[in-house]
Unconditional design. Structure first.
Ligand code: MN
Length: 331
C-alpha cells in the first residue's frame, strides 16, 4: 500500500526546496477528512490523493500544487469547505482545489461533434490556472491505473473520456509520457483483445528489440563521434496504442510498421543536420519515398526537422528525426 512516507521519500529525492511542514499538514488534513472512506480496491481513500501528489512531484510541481493534489477531493467528497482550506493553506491552494472540484463536476460529452466544446471548457479552466488541469490529469492517470476495480461499464465510460479529452490535453501540454500512458490504459478497456495481442507480441520480442535499440544507438553515436559532430542521440519504441492505430487502421502487421523504432539526433547547426542525414543514409539503406525535408520546407505550424526511414541490422526498419536544438525546443 502506498503511504505518505513513500511520498516524503520521493519529495526528498527530488532535491527541490519543498516546504515539508506545509505538505505534511495538507496530508494530515486530507487523511482526517477522508477518514473511513475506502477506494474500490479496498484501500483507504487517502492512498489516492497521495498517489496523485506523487505524480505531481514527478512533474516537478511546487509545494502549493502538491498540497492541492493532496487536498483535491476533500471539498467534493467530505464536509470540508473551500473557506477552511483557504484559511489553513492560503488562497493559492484553495483556488486550485476549487478549480479541480469544479472540473470534476463538469459533464463532458463524448460525441465527436462536441469535442470542441469539451476542449473549450478545459481551456477556459486552464486560462485561470494551468496547475488545475495538471492536477486533474494526474487524478485521471491514477484513476486509470487503478481502473481494474471498477465495474465494466464505468471502465469503458472513463476510458472513452480519457481517450477523447484527457489524452489530447496532455498532448497539447507537451506531456508525452503521460499522454501515452493514458492512451494505453484506455485502450486496455476499450479493446482488451486488441491490447493484449499487441502487448503479448511486444513482450515476446522485448529482449531482441532492446538489443536492437542499444546497438543502433551505439552505432550512430560512434560514427558521429568519429566525425566530430557534436550531437545527442536517443531512441524510443512506439507505445501499444500508437501501434494499435497503425495495425488496425492501416491493416498492418507488427513487422510492417516502419516506425516501430525511432531515433532522434539533435545537433548544433542546420549544416550538421544534413551531414547527419548523409551519415545515416551511408550506415543504413534508406527506404524510398520516406525522406522528408521539413527544414527546407517547414510545416505550416513552423515545425522543422529532417525525417527519414532506413533499414537497420536484421532488416528491422526504423525512423530517424534530425534537428537542431532550436528546432527541438520549438517542436
Ligand atoms: Mn481524485
Amino acid at each position: 500500500m502506498y503511504v505518505f512516507e513513500d511520498l516524503m521519500k520521493v519529495l526528498k529525492d527530488s532535491n527541490r526546496p519543498y516546504d515539508f511542514d506545509k505538505i505534511t499538514e495538507a496530508y494530515r488534513y486530507a487523511e482526517k477528512a477522508h477518514d473511513g472512506q475506502m477506494r474500490q480496491s479496498g484501500e483507504p481513500y487517502i492512498t489516492h490523493p497521495i498517489a496523485v501528489a506523487q505524480i505531481l512531484v514527478e512533474l516537478g510541481m511546487d509545494t502549493e500544487t502538491i498540497c492541492a493534489g493532496l487536498l483535491h477531493d476533500v471539498v467534493e467528497d467530505t464536509s470540508s469547505t473551500i473557506e477552511e482550506i483557504k484559511k489553513i493553506f492560503g488562497a493559492d491552494v484553495a483556488l486550485m482545489v476549487d478549480g479541480v472540484t469544479k472540473l470534476t463536476k463538469m459533464q463532458f460529452v463524448t460525441k465527436e461533434e462536441e469535442q470542441m466544446e469539451n476542449l473549450r471548457k478545459m481551456l477556459m479552466a486552464m486560462a485561470k490556472d494551468i496547475r488545475v488541469i495538471l492536477i486533474k490529469i494526474c487524478d485521471r492517470l491514477h484513476n486509470m491505473r487503478t481502473m481494474e476495480y471498477q465495474s465494466a461499464r464505468k471502465q469503458k465510460e472513463k476510458a472513452l473520456e480519457t481517450m477523447e479529452i484527457y489524452a489530447p490535453i496532455a498532448h497539447r501540454l507537451g506531456m508525452q509520457r503521460i499522454k501515452w500512458e493514458l492512451e494505453d490504459l484506455s485502450l486496455k478497456y476499450l479493446d482488451p483483445i486488441g491490447y493484449d495481442e499487441i502487448v503479448s507480441k511486444l513482450d515476446a520480442k522485448r529482449q531482441e528489440y532492446e538489443d536492437f535499440m542499444r546497438r543502433t544507438q551505439d552505432q550512430i553515436d560512434q560514427r558521429l563521434n568519429d566525425l566530430n559532430i557534436q550531437h545527442i542521440v536517443y531512441g524510443r519504441m512506439k507505445h501499444p496504442y500508437s501501434i494499435y492505430r497503425k495495425m488496425f487502421n492501416q491493416n498492418k502487421s507488427l513487422d510492417e510498421i516502419f516506425d516501430l523504432f525511432a531515433f532522434r539526433v539533435i545537433v548544433n547547426t542546420v549544416g550538421d543536420c544534413y551531414n547527419v542525414l548523409g551519415v545515416i543514409h551511408d550506415l543504413y539503406k534508406p527506404i524510398l519515398g520516406r525522406f522528408k525535408d521539413y527544414i527546407g520546407t517547414p510545416k505550416p505550424n513552423g515545425y522543422q526537422s529532417l525525417h527519414t526511414t532506413v533499414i537497420g541490422a536484421d532488416g528491422l526498419p526504423f525512423a530517424v528525426q534530425i534537428r537542431t536544438r532550436e528546432m527541438h525546443e520549438t517542436a
